[in-house]
Write a protein that binds this ligand. Sequence first.
Ligand code: RM4
Ligand code: MN
Ligand code: MN
Length: 421
Amino acid sequence: MERLDAMAYDVLAAKLASRGVDVHKVRQRLKNQRIETPSWGFADSGTRFGPYKQAGSAVTIEEKIADAAQVHRYTGVAPTVAVHVLWDFPNGLADCATLSDYAKSLGVAIGAVNPNVFQDRDYAFGSITNDDPAVRKRAVDHMLDSIEIAKKLASDILSLWFADGTDYPGQGDFRRRKHYAEECLATVYNAMPAGMRMLIEYKPFEPAFYHTDLADWGMSYCFARKLGPNAHVLVDLGHHFTGQNIEHIVSFLIDEARLGGFHFNNHKYADDDLTVGSINPYELFLIYNELVKAEPDDGAGFEIPPHHRGNPPIAYMIDQAHVTKAKIDAMIQTVMQIQSAYAKAMCIDRKKLHEAQLAKDVVTAEMCLQEAFATDVEPLLRRVREEMGLDPNPLEAFRASGYWDRVSSERGFRSGAGLGA
Ligand code: RM4
Ligand code: MN
Ligand code: MN
C-alpha cells in the first residue's frame, strides 16, 4: 500500500510539473490552510418542523469545543471554533471566563464571535431595522457585549447576520430601515478595538419572505465601505439564489479588498446548510480557483497581477447543521472536501489558461479548469497529512478512535440551547 501511495504521488507530481505547478509549494500551502468549525455544528439542530436529537450531540460549550478539537486533531487544519453568543454563553461574559484556557488545553482556540439578534420574539419586526428604538438599542447592546466577549476570548472577528426583513409589501419602509441599520452598525463598528474585524453576512430571504434588509453582497459591501476598513463581507454559500455565480462575487470582492470570509455549506434548494461540495463540488472548486489566484504566491510560478492582491485575511468558516449525519464525521468530511477543492484549484495550468484566454480559445481555457477539477489529489493530500504527522485518512482514524461511541453513551439524548433546539 505504501509503495502504491508513493507511486501515485510521483505520478501526480509529474503531471503537475507538466502543468507548471510546483508540487512542493502546493504541499506547503495545503499545510498552511486553515478552516474554522462552528460550535453550533456539534449541537442538535433541526428543520423548521422541529429539532432532531442525536445521542452524543454537544450541549455545553465545553463539549462543543471538545468535539471541534477532535476535528482538528485528525485533520490538522481546523484549529479554531466559531461561537454563537446566545447558544454558547447564555449568561454572557460570565460564561466565558476560562474558556480560552480550556480551548487551548485541547489544542484549539476561539474564532469568530456571532451575536444573536434574531431569535428573541422582540426581533420579529427587525433588530437593527426595527422602528422601535428600544429594540434597536437592545440589539446594539447585545453586539457591544459580544465585542467584550470577543476581547475576553482573544477573538478578532465579530461576525454579523441579521434576520431583519418583512413578509409583505407595505409592511416596512426600505429606506428608513436602511438608515436605522447604518446607524446601529456604525455604533458597533466604532466600539471595536483596533485589530478587530466586522464581517457582514447577507441573505436574500428566510426567515423574512418579502424582503431582507441585507439581501445580497452589494448591500453588505455598501455598508462595509461606509463603516470603514475593518468591515468586510461574509459570503455564506447557501445565501444565494439558485444559479447565482458565487465565484464571480468572490473575485469581485477580492478585487475590492472587501472579502472577509466564508460560511461554507452547500444547497440544492434554499439555505439547506448541507455539506459543502455535496451538491455542487465544481462550484466550490471554481470559488477556490479565485482564492488561489488571490494568494500572494500562486505556487504555479506564474506571475499574478498585483490587482489580485491586498485583500484582508479571509476567514474560512463552516456554517453547517448536520441533521441526519453523525456530526463529527460530517465535520471531518467537510474539512476534507475543502482541502480537496483547494488542492485541485492549485492544479490548474495557469500559463496555458492565460494564453488560451488571450487567444480566445474557449475550449482550451475551459479544459484547463476541467482537467484540474478531474485531477485525483488524494495522493497529495495523503502525503501532506503524513508530513504533518497525521493519519492519511482522518475520517477512518477518527472513527477507529472510539471517541464518538464513548461520548454518545456518556452524553446520551439531551436538550440544550441551539438552533431549533
Ligand atoms: C443564518 C446564517 C447565520 C447563522 C444563522 C443561524 O442563515 O447563515 O450565519 O448564524 O443562520
Ligand atoms: Mn451563515
Ligand atoms: Mn444560513
